[in-house]
Write a protein that binds this ligand. Structure first.
Ligand code: PLP
Length: 426
């Protein structure tokens, strides 16, 4: 299957019906699965055979969709989670425990930032936040004896900082730890992090992968490239016996798929953030058109960004596809087909003008979401960062007049017309 182009994988990968079976991926709406003998099911519990027995661990619908995402990213194994938050949590917790340390880019999504710096801190995992644009010598200082992973986003939400993959991968590997990349914004259609040295990829499938704003979900993909056995003392969870499975050693039993197998049979078993098969079905429908939608989001976003950049009321536009953008070259190198459909911009008139502009929009809707088919906007100073005054906002790098615009796949002329009329009233 992996010899096919991505467009074909989007449509055909995953579910392969046999004679007389459903043409479309069935929803296995069943918590449990039947066996003929006690011994058959016993072998599943011992991980001696693979098969389904309880949907909290694995479900065929979910697995077919995970397989599709796995092939799109070029990995060896993948799992779906109930949300993007769960995906990032499991991706880190699979190799970090109390007393361990990880390194994270400062421009990471707010939810992931809180997860690592607040909640996982309470679990005894320490996190150093680094400036992704700092030179390698500076970033080097963040590594410690107990560092277990580096976490960053290929295109940061909402800062739109493009990751210097090779710089980050080289540093992580020099210190014997994997690079985990959240690839939600570009999706594998625009960027495949494994080709640039990332070891693990995560997704909030809630965004472009679903693409229709109907189901919250996440995914983790394992490249199979990180050699855990080279550092057995650093990764005992993968290289030493797991008592909860009669002493199975994941790297011995599952080879290149050790990491993703452990995440499934141990973390999903114990923590249980499974995606519902119904949601996986919707996600699969979204994936079937991902290769058509993503280029259109990018094309529309580039035109909208150019329009805004030339508008007299706009002070600044942030979009990696603009030549004026500081990440233009990095984006061209790692995602030549485009970055994403999200833009941020600042109006010269500041907070008041931003509010009046937003309230005058007719097509673009005010919602807390990005990356679905419909154009939408958010004003961080009035919404996500509402508790901060203008001084605090500036410190957090959020201009009071900043607007986040997620460009949809409507006709671009209609989107621009809507922005134009709202700007004229602002
Ligand atoms: C939205 C988002 C998340 C969180 O995903 P949910 O599905 O909302 O839990 C994580 N990372 C990025 C980059 C996101 O945009």
């Amino acid at each position: 299957m992996s010899n096919y182009q991505q467009d074909t994988i989007c449509i055909q990968s995953g579910w392969k019906p046999g004679k007389g079976e459903a043409r479309v991926l069935p929803i296995y709406q069943s918590t449990t699965f039947k066996y003929d003998t006690t011994d058959q099911m016993g072998k599943l519990f011992d991980l001696e055979e693979s098969g389904y027995f309880y949907t909290r661990l694995q479900n065929p619908t979910n697995d077919m969709v995970a397989q599709k995402i796995c092939e799109l990213e070029g990995g060896v194994g993948a799992m779906l989670t109930s949300s993007g938050q769960a995906a990032n949590y499991y991706a880190v917790f699979n190799i970090c425990e109390a007393g361990d340390h990880c390194i994270m880019s400062s421009t990471i999504y707010g939810g992931t930032f809180n997860l690592l710096t607040v909640t996982m801190k309470k679990m005894g995992i320490e996190c150093t936040v680094v400036d992704p644009d700092a030179p390698a010598e500076e970033l080097e200082k963040a590594f410690k004896e107990n560092t277990k992973c580096v976490l960053a986003e290929s295109v940061a939400n909402p800062a739109l900082v493009v990751l210097d993959f090779e710089k980050f991968a080289a540093l992580a590997h020099k210190h014997g730890v994997p690079l985990i990349v959240d690839n939600t914004f570009p999706t594998p259609i625009n960027c495949r992090p494994f080709e640039f040295g990332a070891d693990i990829v995560t997704h909030s499938t809630t965004k472009y992968m679903d693409g229709h704003a109907v189901c919250v979900g996440g995914a983790i993909v394992d490249s199979g490239n990180f050699d855990w056995n080279k550092y057995p003392d650093k990764f005992p969870g993968l290289c030493a016996p797991d008592e909860s499975y009669h002493g199975v050693v994941y790297t011995e039993r599952f080879g290149k798929a050790a990491y993703i197998t452990k995440a499934t049979v141990q973390l999903m078993r114990d923590l249980g953030s499974i995606q519902s098969p119904q949601n996986a079905f919707y996600l699969n429908l979204g994936l079937e058109t991902l290769h058509l939608r993503v280029p259109r989001h990018c094309e529309n976003a580039r035109k909208v960004a150019e329009f805004l950049e030339n508008h007299e009321k706009v002070a600044f536009v942030n979009y990696p596809g603009l030549k004026s953008n500081r990440y233009y070259e990095l984006a061209k190198k790692y995602m030549p087909k485009g970055s994403c459909g999200v833009i941020s911009f600042v109006l010269k008139g500041g907070r008041e003008e931003a509010v009046s502009f937003m309230d005058s929009l007719k097509l673009a809707a005010i919602v807390t979401h990005v990356a679905d088919a419909r154009t939408c906007v958010l004003h961080p100073a009035s919404h996500t960062h509402r508790q901060m005054n203008d001084e605090q906002l500036k410190q957090a790098g959020v201009d009071p007049g900043l607007i986040r615009l997620s460009v949809g796949i409507e006709h671009v002329d209609d989107i621009i017309k809507d922005l134009e009329q709202a700007l004229s009233k602002a």
